[in-house]
Write a protein that binds this ligand. Structure first.
Ligand code: SF4
Ligand code: MG
Length: 316
């Protein structure tokens, strides 16, 4: 069979203060080496929570998150340290994620220091190398974060994420805070690095336009559930779920023959503490049926690994 990096099984509720919040519910997906899996949805849909589960930043109270066949839940000791090295994260806000009192060199070397890798000289050589890899210069090592633009700071964050030679990088809205022209540069850099180092990306975004350039496969999330998953082309040409159709209708058309009508969704993503019954999407769905209020639709395969959960889908 295919080798996979990640396999995530549902359900994975987790605890937050005293309420049990099902921010990620019934999620199941695989991620394969060298691919980019996009996770798309409006804010509040559980995308970042899922990323934090994968990165073991939060502990689920059930379910499994497997990495290369090993369950991450409950992993400790050397195994956990090795896992932490092989998976890194790049966050949305390139300003907040860099300590303003540290030099760029110190910031990029930090993961090496934390994992006791190398000495002062080898680390400084590695920093220079990484700065060049992300399109900056070794002379930037002595400078401070405030001296850089948003795009440059995101390059610095990427250099830091690369320091430990990871297999996987989780990118949580990595370009959302940047100007459109700068977004393209950072995306091109990520793609180039992926080729060079055979990196696997989990790319979280609310922006299907960005995801289009980046992702091999896409998972669409709504209120903690994956409602549709498939290749970008399958999703774009033949979206099955009404929520995916609405998201797609909001992005600019690729050709004048494209007949997709803009679908405007009313309301926002409901609270995960008290999700709607039946299909979580029924209150906002323009084509909801009576059954949708009471019965949860299952994810169904529609061919070619394309899955969706909607009562309107016919059985094959
Ligand atoms: Fe809409 Fe019903 Fe399909 Fe949910 S199951 S997306 S409410 S038609
Ligand atoms: Mg988020």
């Amino acid at each position: 069979g295919l080798k996979k990096h990640f396999a995530m099984e549902s359900p994975i509720p987790f605890r937050k203060s005293t309420q049990s919040v099902k921010a990620v519910d019934g999620v199941s997906f695989d991620v394969f080496p060298g691919e980019t899996l996009g996770i798309v949805g409006e804010s509040g849909c559980g995308k970042s929570t899922m990323a934090r589960l994968v990165n073991q930043l939060i502990t689920p109270s059930g379910g499994t998150v497997e990495f290369k066949g090993e369950n991450l839940v409950g992993m400790e000791g050397k195994k956990l340290r090795d896992y932490r090295k092989s998976i890194q994260m790049v966050f949305q806000d390139p300003f907040a994620s860099l300590d303003p009192r540290k030099t760029i060199g110190q910031l990029i070397a930090e993961p090496l220091v934390i994992h006791s890798i190398g000495n002062k000289e080898t680390r400084s050589a590695r920093v220079k190398e990484l700065l060049e890899v992300v399109g900056l210069s070794e002379y930037h090592a002595e400078r401070y974060p405030h001296e850089f633009s948003g795009g440059q700071r995101q390059r610095i964050n990427i250099a830091r994420a690369l320091a430990l030679n990871p297999d996987v990088i989780i990118c949580d809205e990595p370009v959302s805070a940047l100007d459109v022209s700068v977004q393209a540069q950072v995306i091109n850099l990520l793609k180039q690095l992926q080729k060079e180092y055979n990196l696997t990306y989990i790319f979280i975004s609310h922006d299907l336009n960005v995801v289009k350039y980046m992702c091999d496969r896409i998972a669409v999330m709504y209120l903690g559930k994956i409602v549709e998953m498939g290749t970008y082309n399958d999703l774009y040409d033949h979206p099955k779920h009404p929520y995916t159709k609405a998201l797609l209708s909001a992005i600019p058309k690729e050709s004048p023959h494209d007949k997709k009508e803009r679908i405007i969704l009313t309301g926002s993503v409901p609270s995960p503490i008290n999700p709607p019954s039946g299909c979580h999407f029924h209150e906002r769905c323009p084509v909801a049926l009576d059954i949708c209020k009471t019965v949860v639709p299952e994810l169904k395969e529609t061919g070619n690994g394309h899955v969706a959960s909607c009562h309107l889908l016919k059985d094959n």
